[in-house]
Design a protein around this ligand. Structure first.
Ligand code: S3P
Length: 424
């Protein structure tokens, strides 16, 4: 059955984390509209509530009573970031510069993910952080310290690393500057600018002067392109579909997936372009189309890092070969996404070769329904649900509770597009 109609997706998860953090550190009250209600962001809300920031949660909006740069108080228990890499790594940057002690941790997946990438530069700034395996793994115990600005050259293009160091830089003496090997998402920089905090950008370097207080300002969060991507691919794959997703963020540091799908033969229209809290937004209209394979090398990875699971589904249904290389970072996400997608797509009959730094997918074999696993990873779960739509026969994806980390109500939205009235 085709997917038809219009829908919205939740607010962008990356922007929501940053809006909660910066609104908590601002002077005065602000409303965050269209926030991402996924569990990841609610953990960040709870962390700041535990540090004395009043945050009121209502449907579609958060009201944050900012405490100012130096207004957080010592939490009386461990801060739990759940499944969120962004939450724990950005929080570590904030906590490093406080005058109190804190411990941050998360679920089993978070406790396996690398933390040394933020702990290293934060220690260089003077942070006192202990953690398992010398600080490589959470829980992290952070004794707040007086920080100094550093000039940091990050070995990886990671917005979490960049943002963690810049957030620590807010509390540091002097200027903090971060250079990355390729441009990662720039939501932190844009939100600082929206709030009137000067950031200097020079090519791949971002700098920020520390210890400047700033005033609260409302934030309207753009719809999450990473969430929209599941519907884009579903509509492309199911014949006779025609779907419009309204109010989606199209920040150029995130739109690699649109370019890749267009290269594969998709026609995605960007309608009503506008700007929301410093972020470009548009309505995306997509209709089903035959797809062909694509080659994606390392230079394109950062701008579409979260869309590989769903891109693999598109590739399995496309004619010809898709090759992804230089994508070893995918192994350090909520799950090992290279191994997980190779295994799960094979269950449906796709021809997938797993490589150390990517995948080779020989597309075009008809997919057959099967029982699949989510690997506890929200994006793997949603990708396999979409693959199930494209497959012949029934597909069951097990262990889908993780979808709520970013997209509560995903299944309802999808079913809405499959009903004849087509209201998602
Ligand atoms: C994010 C950055 C990316 C991305 C993650 C969200 C962010 O991670 O995969 O889902 O909000 O800064 P890395 O910084 O590890 O690349």
């Amino acid at each position: 059955m085709p997917l038809r109609g219009a829908l919205t997706v939740p607010g962008d998860k990356s922007i929501t984390h940053r809006a909660i953090i910066l609104s908590s550190l601002a002077d005065g009250e602000a409303t965050i509209n269209n926030y991402c209600p996924g569990e990841d962001c609610l953990h960040t809300v709870a962390a700041f509530q535990a540090m004395g920031v009043p945050i009121e949660i209502a449907p579609g909006r958060l009201r944050v009573a900012g405490k100012g740069l130096w207004g957080l108080r010592e939490p009386d228990s461990i801060l739990d970031c759940g499944n969120s890499g962004t939450g724990i790594r950005l929080l570590a940057g904030v906590l490093a510069g406080q005058d109190f002690f804190s411990i941050v941790t998360g679920d089993a997946s978070i406790r396996r993910r690398p933390m040394g990438r933020v702990v290293g530069p934060l220690r260089e700034m003077g942070a006192v952080i202990a953690g398992r395996r010398g600080g490589e793994l959470a829980p992290l115990a952070i004794v707040g310290a007086r920080l100094r600005g550093i000039v940091f050259s990050s070995p990886i293009a990671s917005a979490q690393v960049k943002s963690s160091v810049l957030l620590a830089g807010l509390f540091a003496d002097g200027t903090t500057s971060v250079t990355e090997p390729a441009q990662s998402r720039d939501h932190t920089e844009r939100l600082f600018e929206h709030l009137g905090v000067p950031v200097m950008r020079n090519g791949l370097t971002v700098s920020l002067a520390g210890q400047r207080a700033f005033a609260a300002k409302d934030v309207a969060v753009a719809g999450d392109l990473s969430a929209a991507a599941f519907f884009l691919v579903a509509a492309l794959l199911v014949p006779e579909s025609d779907v419009t997703i309204t109010g989606v963020g199209v920040n150029p540091t995130r739109t690699g997936v649109l370019e890749a799908l267009q290269e594969m033969g998709a026609h995605i229209e960007l309608l009503n372009p506008r700007v929301q809290a410093g972020e470009p937004v548009a309505d995306l209209r997509v209709r089903s189309a035959p797809l062909c394979g694509v080659t994606i090398g390392p230079e394109r990875i950062p701008r579409m890092i979260d869309e590989f699971p769903i891109l693999c589904v598109a590739a399995a249904c496309a004619q010809g070969e898709t090759i992804v290389s230089g994508a070893e970072e995918l192994r350090a996400k909520e799950s090992d996404r290279i191994a997980a997608m190779a295994l799960e797509l094979r269950r449906l009959g796709a021809a997938v070769e797993e490589r150390p730094d990517g995948l080779r997918i020989m597309g075009g074999r008809p997919l057959e329904g099967a029982v699949c696993q989510s690997h506890g990873d929200h994006r793997v779960a949603m990708s396999m649900i979409v693959a199930g739509l494209a497959a012949q026969g029934e597909t069951r994806v097990e262990d889908c509770a993780c979808v709520a980390t970013s997209f509560p109500g995903f299944d309802k939205k999808l079913r809405g597009l499959l009903t004849p009235s087509g209201q998602g």
